[in-house]
Every structure is written in C-alpha cells, then in structure tokens.
Design a protein around this ligand. Structure first.
Ligand code: AP5
Length: 216
C-alpha cells in the first residue's frame, strides 16, 4: 500500500496553502552558520524575548526520523553522512510548520534553512525576502569541539568526528554562498559566535530591534 508520509516521493501531496501566511506578512529571521555555531542556543533566547516561533529544519527532520516512518530511515542515513536532505522534503516540512504556527505566531526564526542556493531562491520566491539573515561565525575548530562535546550526551548520531567533518564541509561548499545571496540584498548581519552566549545575544537583540522594529 502506498505510504505518502513514509515515501520520499512527494508527487501525491497537496501543495501547502500559503495564502494566509503571505497575507499576515510576519517577520522572518533566517538564522545561519556552521554546525554547532549556536543557532539553536540563540534561537531559544530570541524566542524567549520576542515570542517568535522557532523552526529548526534539523529538529523538524529529526522528528520525522523519530516517527519511525520509512522516509525517516532514509532521512537518518542522509543526516548521518552530513549531507543535505532534498529540497522538496525540507520546504514542505517548513511551510507546514509555519502555517500551523500562524494563528499565534509573532514572527518566525528559520534555523538551519536555507542551506544551499536552491533553497534560498525557492524560499524567497515563495515567501518573500527575509527581514534579516543572521550568520553566526566561528572557526571550524570551535564548531568541531562544540559538536563533539555535545555528542557525549546528545544522542545525536551526527555528533561524531566523521559526521561533523562532513557537515562542516557541506556548510562551506553549499551554505556559504547563501550568505552572499543575503549580502547582495543587504539583509546579511554577521555575528561573531566564538564568545559568551549572552554577549552574542546582546548583538542579536540590536539586530532584531533594528531590522524587525515594531514586530515585538
Ligand atoms: P541541524 O540540526 O540544523 O544541525 P547543524 O546545522 O549541524 O547545527 P547544530 O544543531 O548541530 O548546532 P547549532 O548551530 O544549532 O548549535 P547549538 O545551539 O545546538 O541539521 C542537522 C542535519 O539535518 C544536517 O546536517 C542535514 O543533514 C539536515 N538538514 C537540516 N536542515 C536542512 C536543510 N535546510 N536542508 C537540507 N538538510 C537539512 O550549540 C551547539 C553546542 O554548543 C551546544 O552544546 C551548546 O550548548 C554549545 N554552545 C552554543 N553556543 C555556545 C557559546 N557561545 N559558547 C560555548 N558553547 C556554546
């Protein structure tokens, strides 16, 4: 029997209706940076201060894996290799989560997306340009150390030296051009992420207050 949720084929799925989402025009903040740069840590704090909805594509994908679906098994293998999951799957998960959160949301923190140029172009074509893209930058050594340290208790099967190396490689090759994409649109804000969490957050607050003014 065909299993539309469990299949990697997306053919039978109805497109997500974005009408209300576009009408509300809530601020969208893109949060980017290498594995372990602190995207999730900072998004928790932004969510606490501004009431924005935090949508991590990594978390959405891990929830799909945890559901035990056939598709989840295929996703788990891709994620463990540190490669990117296909555009259609990630876009659908993200759009569905945005539409579901719409009634109560004050804005969206899109964490870990877009991750390549194809995602960036498709997302802005369908949902418009983000208010701002915050890019957290630190060295590959710090990224590696943080992920390996977290891996001791996170249970994430991609927090091991081999997967982390591949994730960093994928980040440099496929995600860095996305920063240029936002830079060209004057939407990129770079924040140094090799500092204490609260110091980083102080910079983040200045950026959001400026770029998403009135949306608090
Ligand atoms: P994803 O879940 O997005 O993982 P990631 O980008 O590798 O980022 P992490 O969640 O590992 O780290 P983070 O930046 O959120 O840092 P955190 O705050 O946790 O993606 C996983 C996989 O899913 C991808 O490899 C891919 O396969 C797939 N995927 C996801 N999105 C996709 C997409 N759009 N398209 C296709 N595939 C996609 O912090 C890390 C650690 O450091 C924590 O222990 C934290 O406590 C610590 N820490 C944080 N900040 C600091 C600080 N300032 N000082 C010291 N320690 C700190």
């Amino acid at each position: 029997m065909p299993d539309t949720k469990g299949s990697l084929g997306q053919g039978a799925k109805k497109p997500v209706d974005l009408t209300e989402l576009k009408k509300k025009n809530l601020p969208i903040v893109v949060v980017m940076g290498g594995p372990g740069c602190g995207k999730g840590t900072q998004c928790d704090k932004i969510k606490g201060k501004y009431g924005y909805t935090h949508l991590s594509t990594g978390d959405l994908l891990r929830a799909d894996v945890a559901s035990g679906s056939a598709r989840g098994k295929e996703l788990a293998a891709i994620m463990e290799k540190g490669e990117l999951v296909s555009l259609a799957i990630v876009m659908d998960l993200l759009k569905e989560a945005m539409v579901a959160a719409l009634p109560t949301s004050k804005g969206f923190l899109v964490d870990g997306f877009p991750r390549d140029m194809e995602q960036a172009e498709k997302f802005s074509a369908e949902l418009g340009m983000a208010r701002v893209a915050i890019s957290f930058e630190c060295s590959d050594k710090i990224l590696t150390d943080r992920c390996i340290e977290r891996g001791k208790k996170s249970g994430r099967n991609d927090d091991n030296p081999e997967s982390v190396k591949k994730r960093i490689d994928t980040f440099h090759k496929q995600t860095m051009p996305v920063a240029d994409f936002y830079k060209k649109s004057n939407k990129l804000q770079v924040v140094k992420a090799d500092r204490e969490v609260d110091k980083i957050f102080a910079d983040v607050v200045k950026i959001i207050d400026k770029e998403c003014a009135g949306a608090k």
